[in-house]
Design a protein around this ligand. Structure first.
Ligand code: SF4
Length: 474
């Protein structure tokens, strides 16, 4: 496994299309990069809802047989990487329940910062949880709501939550999309003929021929049913805090995220990096695939040619049998192989999107040097990662983030590069569109837009990310 922050989850929903479950399957296929632990789809034929879920990739979980068991013109789907709750089938999504309001299923991308107190309160009042996932909290709150309509009960349930949530609910006759008031995680709305699509990234729309309309706005509730699309704004306004790491690394470059082209932003990051931190090099080499767009921008501004000096093996499965001592750095070598004819005798500038623990960067620098590079310079297309994420992204604890505990030169010496430079925060914000004040940058600054209760640090999950002093985020 590469030393990266890990993707959160991907959500997809389609309303008003025949074979909706198959559409959801295709949509999830396009969102596979956002989670590989489990996949699931819930569908409705207008009367009854059915669900199929499993552990593994979308292509492993679904086949003609189980998709045929999901009839109807409405479906929601989910790919999961566990950021809260362990990895097991019970925690796979969607979660489908039947309660006083009828059947409902939910898919969630994000992380609640107050899930523990909500859960403890619900358990004290008699709720029995089936999963360890924070998403189930929404359904218990919903089931307990005395509101007369489905929409009002969802709004009442969601109003208790703090943190990051892009949610898609499905009931037998409607689909409801909700985005938290800060808009941490993306959620886009599109058209597909007479039907509607909501999804984490627009690359899922491209695959099924849907057209991007707009983002579900922060704090917006979209009710999609037989009478069309209704927009509700039931929550108090809050400062927007879109996850800037979606642009740096998570999202696919062919997606629009937060209304902006990921490819455009990522290439801009490389352009700005070249302006801020030029390197004495003969060749620009991206770490594939995440460093490619930034390397294109870096090469363009620096005038140094871009060449694919590292080749990625795309067919490595999630698990492979690793020799113990026989082949050093096997884990990196099986995924990336250096091209000696490009690297030998040259001064190389490697472009990557982040350094987390530094272990992979160190192996890559060694590998490039071993392939004959005369000098190896490392340039990173975002600022140093110094703080963990509490909003749905899997990050190590602070003490494990190398830039949080080491100076720039110490990191350089650890990864054994001839020089090391990161993009500045100013450069990062300058690469996005004009709404630079609408982004979360907490993992680079340690300043958090949504604090969690201090005693939350006593609970499972979140303290795993705090340092040994148990320090709560600012
Ligand atoms: S802390 Fe970092 S990874 Fe988490 S939401 Fe903010 S920008 Fe994204």
């Amino acid at each position: 496994m590469f030393d990266k922050f890990h993707d959160e989850c991907g959500v997809f929903g389609v309303y008003g299309r025949p074979e909706a479950a198959t559409m959801a399957y295709l949509g999830l296929y396009a969102l596979q990069h956002r989670g590989q632990e489990s996949a699931g789809i819930a569908a409705s034929d207008g009367i009854r809802m059915r669900m199929s879920r499993g552990m593994g990739y979308v292509a492993d979980v679904f086949n003609e047989h189980n998709l045929a068991g999901l009839p109807g013109s409405m479906a929601i789907g989910h790919v999961r990487y566990s950021t809260a709750g362990e990895s097991r089938l019970a925690n796979a999504q969607p979660i489908l329940i039947e309660c006083a309001h009828g059947q409902i299923a939910v898919c969630h991308n994000g992380n609640l910062v107050n899930q523990r107190e909500l859960r403890d309160d619900l358990v004290a009042r008699g709720s029995i949880f089936q999963t360890s996932s924070d998403t189930e909290v929404f359904l218990h709150l919903y089931a307990r709501s005395k509101q007369p309509t489905i929409e009002a009960a969802i709004v009442e349930a969601v109003a208790h939550a703090q943190g990051a949530f892009s949610l898609v609910f499905l009931t037998p006759d409607r689909m409801i999309a909700v985005r938290d008031p800060h808009g941490f995680r993306p959620l886009a709305l599109g058209r597909l003929g007479d039907g509607w699509v909501v999804c984490s990234e627009t690359c899922a729309m491209d695959l099924i021929g849907a057209t991007y309309e707009r983002d579900v706005e922060p704090g917006e509730v979209l009710v999609i049913g037989a009478d069309g699309v209704r927009s509700l704004r039931p929550f108090p306004e809050a400062r927007a805090a879109h996850c800037i790491f979606e642009h740096v690394y998570f999202a696919r470059p062919d997606s629009l995220v937060f209304g902006d082209s990921v490819n455009r932003v990522r290439t801009n990051l490389g352009r700005r990096l070249a302006g801020e931190a030029a390197a004495p090099a003969d060749v620009v080499v991206p770490i594939p695939d995440s460093g490619v767009c930034a390397a294109v921008g870096f090469a363009e501004v620096s005038g140094v040619p871009l060449e694919m000096g590292l080749i990625r093996n795309h067919y490595v499965g999630r698990t492979f049998i690793e020799p113990t001592q026989a082949i050093r750095h096997f884990g990196v070598k099986v995924k990336l192989n250096p091209v000696r004819s490009i690297l030998e005798g040259r001064r190389v500038v490697l472009i990557d999107d982040s350094i987390v623990r530094g272990t992979t960067s160190r192996k890559l620098v060694k590998m490039v040097r071993a392939a004959g590079a005369r000098e190896v310079h490392m340039r990173i297309s975002c600022p140093p990662s110094i703080s963990p994420c509490f909003y749905g992204v899997d990050t190590p604890r602070r003490t494990e983030l190398i830039a949080a505990t080491h100076t720039l030169d110490e990191v350089r010496r650890y990864i054994e590069a001839d020089s090391l430079q990161y993009l500045t925060l100013e450069g990062l914000l300058g690469a996005v569109n004009s709404h630079r004040d609408r982004y979360c940058t907490s993992c680079y600054t340690g300043h958090y837009p949504v604090p969690f209760p201090r005693d939350e640090a006593q609970y499972l999950q979140l303290p795993l990310k705090l340092d040994t002093r148990g320090e709560a985020p600012k």
